[in-house]
Design a protein around this ligand. Structure first.
Ligand SMILES: Cc1ncc(COP(=O)(O)O)c(C=O)c1O
Length: 395
């Protein structure tokens, strides 16, 4: 039987990034105690008031088809949340609820791009972007975030990548895997380029609430950007709700109408009880949210402290998020060799930086979704493994 050419375009999901993780999962399933620091799934339980809201909704019959684009109460809560966190005024009709930010990215790319379009992304790149852009036939154009520049966006590189075929830019700040944020001037430069070249701008901000000091700068907050801008967000990382599959896109009204059609054709709305829980989650003043953020900050500090001074390794505090992107180039190994060897020798699973793109070479991503105690033990093992490596003479 024949399959559509789409199946080819969605198949190339950065497999390098997952090889070591898949091996670790197999070993864990076989009963080994593996330190699984290779997936961005928080270890926290979803906060109790959010769970209670879902249970209440289930017990009161909120189990029917939902409004396709989103339940009114949840959309209203996101309007408030967008105003509070980004200073952007939108109306509920600009919001489309999706089963997670991933689905929102996919849906938005379907409605904006097609064969022959170029879309610029920063590299290291979150691994699913290639398939998200490949699905509608667009070309993903990567610009490097260089380790020498602390993985910050370089507006000149962005400007150089723009061609007559460029239709849009997708940026993810705070950034997975490097933890870099945009500065105010980088954010202004992005906005200026989008205006100058009349580009769509998609801002994937799933880590926006996990900042460690620097204020979150979104180009979408700048004048005129919501006419061409799309905010992608979700509850997965901020509220430890990865398995609930609840995210959204805030877009210009016309795009929201197209997304409504796409949602109708594809998943027919997100469950009412999930959206009721979401309404509580994005409501103001959740102490749980601050607790999660502070815990990630503390874990990041603990890991950075534990790995600082380890020969062959260089780590620094990320600006935000739930990852440490450790530079292991001085060991003489690449990220994949290092991660494989570490799993083999010490039962610690981290993600090779190469899986995110060439600028991630010689780095490994360490996820902070594990207790401080286990992170410390993992760091001791990483230090022991790193010390045991002899650099090949060829490098
Ligand atoms: C940068 C980025 N965007 C999107 C997603 C997908 O998030 P969600 O669980 O809301 O689909 C992730 C998940 O790891 C991510 O890291």
């Amino acid at each position: 039987m024949r399959f559509s050419s789409l199946t080819q375009r969605i198949a190339g999901e950065g497999s390098d990034a997952w090889d070591v993780h898949d091996l670790a999962i197999k070993r864990r399933a076989a009963g080994e105690d593996i330190f699984l620091l290779s997936i961005g799934d928080p270890d926290f339980d979803t906060p109790a008031p959010i769970r209670a809201a879902a249970i209440e909704a289930l017990n009161t019959g909120r189990t029917h088809y939902s409004a396709i684009g989103g339940e009114p109460a949840f959309r209203n809560a996101i309007v408030e949340h967008t105003r509070r966190t980004l200073g952007i005024d939108v109306v509920p009709e600009q919001i489309t609820i999706f089963p997670g930010a991933q689905a929102a990215l996919f849906g938005v790319a379907q409605c904006l791009f097609e064969h022959g379009d170029e879309v610029i992304v920063a590299e290291p790149t979150y691994v699913t972007y290639e398939a998200v852009l490949g699905a509608p036939g667009a070309r993903m154009i990567q610009i490097p975030l260089r380790p020498e520049n602390r993985f910050h966006l370089e507006p000149d590189a962005l400007a150089r990548a723009i061609t007559p075929q460029t239709r849009g830019i997708i940026l993810n700040f705070p950034h997975n895997p490097t933890g870099a944020c945009l500065t105010a001037s980088e954010s202004a430069a992005v906005a200026a380029l989008c205006r100058k070249h009349d580009l769509w701008f998609i801002s994937d901000e799933v880590y926006a609430s996990l900042g460690f000091g620097l204020p979150h700068q979104s180009p979408l907050s700048l004048p005129g950007m919501m006419g061409r801008g799309i905010l992608i967000s979700s509850l997965s990382k901020s509220h430890a709700m990865t398995g609930w599959r609840c995210g959204w896109a805030v877009t210009p009204l016309e795009l929201a109408r197209h997304l409504d059609h796409l949602a109708r054709a594809m998943f027919f709305g997100v469950a009412q009880f999930i959206q009721d829980a979401g309404t509580v989650a994005v409501g103001e003043g959740s102490a749980d949210l601050e607790r999660l953020r502070a815990t990630y900050q503390r874990r990041a500090e603990v890991v950075v402290q534990a790995l600082t001074g380890v020969r062959g390794m260089s780590v620094r505090m990320p600006d935000a998020g739930m990852y440490i992107f450790a530079d292991i180039r001085a060991t003489g190994l690449d990220g994949k060799q290092f991660a494989r060897g570490l799993l083999e020798a010490e039962a610690v699973s981290v993600t090779p930086g190469e899986g995110f793109g060439p600028s991630g070479a010689g780095h490994v991503r360490i996820t902070l979704g594990t207790s401080e105690e286990r992170l410390l033990e993992a760091c001791r093992r990483i230090a022991r493994y790193t010390a045991s490596i002899t650099a090949p003479a060829t490098r």
